[in-house]
Design a protein around this ligand. Structure first.
Ligand code: TMP
Length: 254
């Protein structure tokens, strides 16, 4: 692990001081938690794979004009990111009923939603990340109405783009969680995508078989957890060197 000064340690990642002011080093751990830390485990190799997967997806999103905190990958487990002020919200985008929404509303998992649905959760481990509405967010000042509009617009663009990209490699993007930060530059503030995008915070199902290829394998004790993360990386054509199969480009599904 890095010898730099540690700024923050989360459940799956550690942030260190970066080499230049305004940068941080984001280190990906193999630790996995679920249900607000009640379930803990290690998914061997997860940090290496999520570092790669998130790098790949953040670069692709950057290419279509989505601003992100990502600068470059440094090594197997670390990436350089811009230092941002994290907005204390988890923005969940859902295309298919699953997880907490299926449970809360009594929907069968796998039901296609009439349109993409956005939910906001307030980031608080003590409170277990409660779901909140736009009213709570603006009344309590967690984000200004215009910030929220920007996060919503960016989230929908991310959803459209990732849905297509993942479908191209045979994965159904069921739902995912995003986090945003405020980037201050030359007296200006921009909202940028932060955190990570990986099977830790997406639900990804095989298009043909419906097999779950994400953290639900860990949450629900389905087995083959490492293999699922590897399969996502393999399909995206980004298994790290020395991985079981060293693919060069994405595997297009017919
Ligand atoms: P949920 O169905 O449990 O509410 O999860 C919705 C999506 O958000 C799913 O893709 C997993 C992701 N997620 C996180 O990334 N972090 C969390 O703390 C939770 C609860 C969900």
């Amino acid at each position: 692990m890095s010898r730099r000064r540690r700024i923050y340690e989360g459940k799956a990642k550690v942030l260190f001081e970066g080499p230049e002011p305004g940068t941080l080093v984001q280190y990906f751990k193999d630790d996995a938690t679920a249900f607000n830390n009640q379930k803990k485990g290690i998914i061997t190799g997860k940090g290496v794979l999520n570092n790669r997967i998130s790098e790949y997806l953040m670069i692709k999103l950057g290419e279509i004009g989505i601003p992100t905190h990502f600068v470059r990958r440094l090594n197997m487990r670390e990436q350089l990111v811009r230092e941002v002020e994290i907005i204390p919200l988890e923005v969940v985008v859902r295309n298919v009923a699953a997880g907490s929404m299926a449970k809360r509303l009594g929907l069968a998992e796998g039901t296609q939603l009439p349109r993409s649905i956005i939910e906001y959760y307030y980031k608080s481990d003590e409170l277990g990340d409660p779901m909140v509405s736009e009213e709570h967010i603006t009344a309590f000042g967690w984000a200004m109405p215009q910030d929220l509009d920007e996060m919503l617009a960016l989230s929908l663009r991310v959803n459209d783009f990732l849905t297509g990209l993942l479908l191209g490699v045979g994965l159904r993007l069921v739902d995912f969680k995003l986090e945003f930060g405020r980037l201050y530059e030359n007296d200006e503030m921009r909202i940028v995508l932060a955190d990570e995008i990986s099977p830790d915070n997406c639900r990804l199902w095989d298009v043909k078989t419906g097999e779950k290829l994400d953290k639900d394998r860990f949450r629900r004790d389905l087995g083959n957890v490492e293999e699922a993360y590897q399969e996502v990386a393999r399909r995206l054509g980004i298994l790290p060197e020395g991985g079981p199969r060293d693919m060069k480009g994405p595997t297009t599904m017919q």
